[in-house]
Design a protein. Structure first.
Length: 435
């Protein structure tokens, strides 16, 4: 048996949770890492004790007992921006944490650190903020030695969600569009947040307190975008303020995509939270926890960007456009074959010598196009469908080359034109990494 203390990190595969787990491990803690889908995360951090921790099934004290066995402290990093496919603010922020608090009290676990967020107040008027505020009240009413940390915009070399969007706006060609622009952030480096969590688990650390965690440097959205653009090494460009009325359709689309499982920071909740409060109040958290903290400009200067950062920022908008283009290409091609293009499809197949098989081949081929086009938009299937599209196209080209080889030199390039589509399939599949 190891005498090292063990900490349970919930949401350990997320942007914040994964880095907090790593920081605690470096400080000698044994990490039990909880995630909804731990298999992939376990490959990335095999030294952690990975467990399945889906708050949807952890709404009773008994359900939490196996996860808390042998644990000395709990770090809760679980958060859901908006209700959608598989996401529930009520389950993630209220039902699951309520059972967790009671289970910790029953198991005799004293230390609970809850990672909340600046602006988690009922006044924000969002389900995210209301349920986050309820989580804080549940923690505050417990008998545990709790600490609630409410960071402002969390920044790191890696990017996810809001920071990914801001970098993408910074890398936008010719100009950087922003909605509003006067929202004020006080970014906190993720490494500094990790140091604060480590310090919060020391014996003499503050307890039963709530700390807003703003960084020392205030920057507006416009300034943040400009600083990120310079960090990426891109030439300066004007920042264009987009009227909110023009942004409304994009937010509505983002909300719809979220309900379909395509998480996006371009959603009404994110905008309302930014308009409410993304800065926070000075709470003296750095002094109380004994943590040196960096301003945003210093963080960028100490964290040079790489070519991978530039690629990620530039491809952030390109990827969804690619998925939409690819899916619609296959879907519309199939529908045209079933409709106005049916006679043309039969004529080409007869030209290729398929005779009586021309009709069935055209029908099944069109159906395959429609099915794959629709299936690409199902979030868990996207990468595999893109690969299947590429393989199907290879078979299509082989059959076409054997039956109609002269189409390779046709002025309209019917065979040549599918080669870029195959490259697009590979791009969509290769960029499908999930946290």
């Amino acid at each position: 048996m190891s005498d090292r203390r063990q900490v349970l990190v919930l949401g350990a595969n997320g942007f914040i949770g994964s880095h907090l787990a790593a920081a605690l491990s470096r400080e000698g803690w044994r990490v039990r890492a909880g995630a909804r889908r731990p298999a992939e995360a376990a490959r990335r951090a095999p030294t952690f004790d990975w467990v399945c921790a889906d708050f949807a099934s952890l709404t009773s004290v008994e359900a939490w007992a196996p996860l808390l066995d042998g644990v000395d402290a709990v770090i809760n990093c679980v958060g859901v921006l908006q209700d959608g496919a598989g996401d529930s603010t009520r389950l993630a922020h209220v039902e699951g944490p309520r059972a967790l608090v009671r289970a910790c009290e029953r198991a005799g676990i004293r230390h609970l650190i809850h990672i909340s967020a600046v602006g988690a107040d009922e006044a924000a008027g969002t389900a995210y903020a209301r349920t986050k505020a309820e989580t804080e009240r549940l923690v505050e009413a417990s008998a545990l030695n709790w600490l609630i940390l409410r960071p402002s915009l969390v920044v790191d070399r890696t990017a996810f969600g809001g920071t990914g969007l801001i970098r993408a706006l910074a890398a936008f060609p010719l100009f950087s569009p922003v909605v509003g622009g006067d929202q004020t952030f006080r970014p906190i480096a993720l490494g500094d947040l990790g140091a604060a969590v480590v310090a919060a688990l020391k014996p003499d650390a503050p307890s039963r307190e709530t700390f807003d965690m703003p960084g020392p440097e205030a920057v507006t959205m416009v300034e943040t975008v400009r600083l990120y653009r310079g960090w990426l090494g891109l030439p300066s460009a004007p920042v264009v303020r987009v009227p909110r009325a023009l942004a409304a359709p994009a937010l509505a689309i983002g909300d719809g995509l979220g309900r379909m499982g395509w998480s996006s920071p371009i959603r009404t909740t994110a905008m309302r939270q930014m308009d409410h409060d993304v800065s926070g109040r000075d709470s003296g958290w750095a002094e109380r926890l004994g943590v040196p903290v960096r301003g945003f400009s210093r963080f960028l200067a100490e964290t040079p960007a790489s070519v991978q950062d530039v690629w990620h920022a530039r491809l952030w908008f390109v990827r969804p456009i690619s998925i939409m283009t690819l899916g619609l290409f296959w879907l519309i091609t199939g529908l045209i074959s079933f409709g106005p293009g049916w006679s043309g499809a039969l004529a080409i197949l007869h030209e290729g010598g398929f005779g009586r098989w021309a009709g069935p081949i055209a029908w099944w081929g069109a159906l395959l196009d429609v099915v794959l086009g629709l299936a690409l938009f199902v979030r868990p299937w996207t990468a595999r469908v893109a690969i299947l599209m590429c393989l199907s196209t290879i078979g299509y080209l082989i059959a076409g080359t054997l039956s109609l080889p002269h189409y390779w030199i046709d002025p309209l390039g019917p065979w040549l034109k599918v080669l870029p589509m195959m490259a697009l399939c590979l791009f969509v599949a290769a960029t499908d990494a999930r946290r």
